[in-house]
Design a protein around this ligand. Structure first.
Ligand code: SF4
Ligand code: SF4
Length: 63
């Protein structure tokens, strides 16, 4: 469960912060960071225009 944030892709735009229903995202040094409590709703994944966030739910769906 949870999300993964690729900090090399994150621009620090902050869009993901506003869509998270549980408010677990924050910006640290202009990079998004996820705190405890993510419910894997996927909203931030869709909100990110830079494809920096991915859901970690389905490990077998890799590659
Ligand atoms: S929406 Fe994407 S680019 Fe913007 S702060 Fe969040 S992770 Fe970074
Ligand atoms: S998946 Fe949902 S709960 Fe988790 S950080 Fe993104 S918006 Fe917040």
């Amino acid at each position: 469960m949870g999300i993964k944030i690729d900090t090399t892709k994150c621009t620090g735009c902050g869009a993901c912060l506003y869509v998270c229903p549980v408010g677990v995202l924050e910006l640290v040094d202009m990079k998004a960071r996820v705190n405890e409590g993510c419910i894997s709703c996927g909203k931030c994944v869709n909100a990110c225009s830079f494809f920096a966030i991915t859901l970690e739910e389905e490990p077998k769906k890799k590659k």
